[in-house]
Design a protein around this ligand. Sequence first.
Ligand code: ADP
Ligand code: ADP
Length: 254
Amino acid sequence: MLQLRRISKRYMTNEFTQIALDEVSVNFRENEFVAILGPSGSGKTTLLNIIGGLDHYDTGDMLIDPKHISYPVSRYLAGYDAGDLLINGKSTRDFKDRDWDAYRNNSVGFIFQSYNLIGHLSVLENVEMGMTLSGVAKATKKSEAIKALERVGLKDHVHKKPNQLSGGQMQRVAIARALANDPDIILADEPTGALDTVTSEQIMALIKDIAKDKLVIMVTHNPDLATTYADRIINFKDGHLLSDSHPFDGEKET
Ligand code: ADP
Ligand code: ADP
């Protein structure tokens, strides 16, 4: 359902060009639970941001001054063929801002290490926030939010504030918020990075359950959790795939 074709991302700084993603090609199918492992700075968050439409991949119009390149990128000097991200077979090369907005708001849910909850809002209101931009009616928002909170085991905590919850409970609220719109894709950036081992395992079991009917792509620093819970493990290094335990290339393009 997602196909990355030679996706690159370079950051221009004053002194040099930092290559965060170096022509990454990888396909993801529906309902798989993919863990992405790799050292800090290898491009995992950049990859997740591009898949989620939070950040744009390079489209080939960036001017590169060879003397500013600090990374082995000889092929860029020979010419650069821009990449593409296909969503359900559809190219995003010509996506406008409103297309990215629609994709982000309706098709993707995000989960972060730091939960990113809003402190002065209740649990219920935080989950309703997940539907703010999708044009859902107020009453529907509330019933969908309660459904999502039931799914994560928090229906008795809907009127609490985030600071009355444990870390694991806060992450459950964030997961409910990500689920509220019923997106096809869940992107999780180190969802257990701030949690103890037992709580991490509970959260992973929940995410694995969610992946029964959604594509879940999760960045983690924890190889043990990845091997225990994920269906597929991708190792990242220096902006490219080092290994892929279950590569997938059988996707139809229509
Ligand atoms: P992590 O390793 O958890 O992904 P980092 O500390 O590497 O987090 O980076 C956090 C965020 O800070 C990145 O997603 C990126 O947007 C930003 N960032 C990282 N490195 C730089 C940099 N050299 N210049 C500007 N922003 C950066
Ligand atoms: P990871 O998530 O694996 O830690 P990131 O995707 O955060 O890696 O970063 C990949 C590389 O891109 C790193 O070298 C980082 O410093 C750089 N980077 C990320 N965001 C920015 C940014 N906004 N500006 C400049 N460099 C960045």
